[in-house]
Write a protein that binds this ligand. Sequence first.
Ligand code: ARG
Length: 459
Amino acid sequence: MSEKTWNGRFAQKTDRLVEIFTASIGFDRRLYPYDVQGSIAHCRMLASCGIITDAEATTLIQGLGKIKRELDHGDFVFDEGLEDIHMHIETRLVQEVGKVALKLHTARSRNDQVALDMRMFLREAVGQDISVLQELRKVLVHLAEKNLDVIVPGYTHLQRAQPVLLAHHFMAYLEMFTRDAERFADCLKRIDVMPLGTAALAGTTYPIDPAYTAELLDFPAVTANSMDAVSDRDFVVEYLAAAGLCMVHLSRLAEELILWSTAEFGFIELPDAFATGSSIMPQKKNPDVPELVRGKTGRVFGNLMAMLTLLKSLPLTYNRDMQEDKVLLFDTVDTLQACMTVLCRMLPELIVNRQVMRKAAEAGFLNATDLADYLVNNGMPFRSAHHCVGQAVAYALENGKELHELTLEELNSFSKQIRADVFAVLTPEAMIDRRKSAGGTASENVKAAIAQAKKKLGA
Ligand code: ARG
């Protein structure tokens, strides 16, 4: 077992159980690239401020580079007794370059070090989220474009309501994912603040230059208050909340794919490569991919709640509780990216049953509003038109017909203002194309939205 860097005041050896219990190396090892990069910047800053010599800095930086390569290649030996990734790298550096390594930790503590690593990890993860979201948005735009002439019932209360273009439905998700990307970009502003040099909590007595460290690590700002800098995990909460909301959107899409692929709907079929079978029922083709996207959403919400609970009532400044933040953050980052990536791959392969969708859009009185609007255009007040069409619907139901299947004579028994031109008004195409109001489903609107999105996304 390696000697601990902090054991100067301890008379007893740490209990093995405590070592195992307190260790974070099992999960925080993935912070190593940021930890090394942060340490290298710290060395440069210490040298430029005359706190260590240039020669010492060069030795430390070379040693850190070698350790990074060992970690990259899986040649690094881990030891739970060394708690975390910071201790591992420092201890290995002593073995590698000797006593000079003991100077690396001048003017910093693990508290600001881990805060830096978390911020560096997360800004990279957020960058990846934004680019996967960009991919997902491109996929949706292409899917919309491919299905521009497909008509599907739009629903409220999961009851057929009015016909819409399938493309319009997909473009609704584009809006959600655009907001998600904006939210991630916004939380990046608060992640991108450099805390190193705060030391344990109160600042340091050395004449350091955190602005230089920030410049080396490409941070646009430095934390303003040392106590806040080591106890702040708001940026993690914000990210987990943004990720949770993004999962809400993914799970709504997933739920529709699940519903739409049932025999009851029959609107779509999932590609075989993205469906799974049953171990007992040979006929089954199950939508496990969207089901798992839906299912994993719960864990992502849970991580947000766990993080809020972790921070609630914590006294300033750093408390070991905060070590748990990594488990939650890493899990959410991995889950979100996995869900988005699998949907990016699956969506272009969706098999759309346009005939089934179209038939569904023609049944269930989806043109009732349009018949009322027709009467309004002929001078009837909307409420009276609504009542009149309601009676026509009741009559049609009794006679097993749709509104457009009633004869002009039958329609005239409800209003004399209905003429033969009504039938052209009641087709799904006509209903859709009349909805030219801003953001409505008219083909010209949807085409324009697709063109605009393609331009914006470079799709
Ligand atoms: N492994 C610790 C964490 O992730 C690093 C910071 C430890 N600081 C301390 N004072 N024990 O939070």
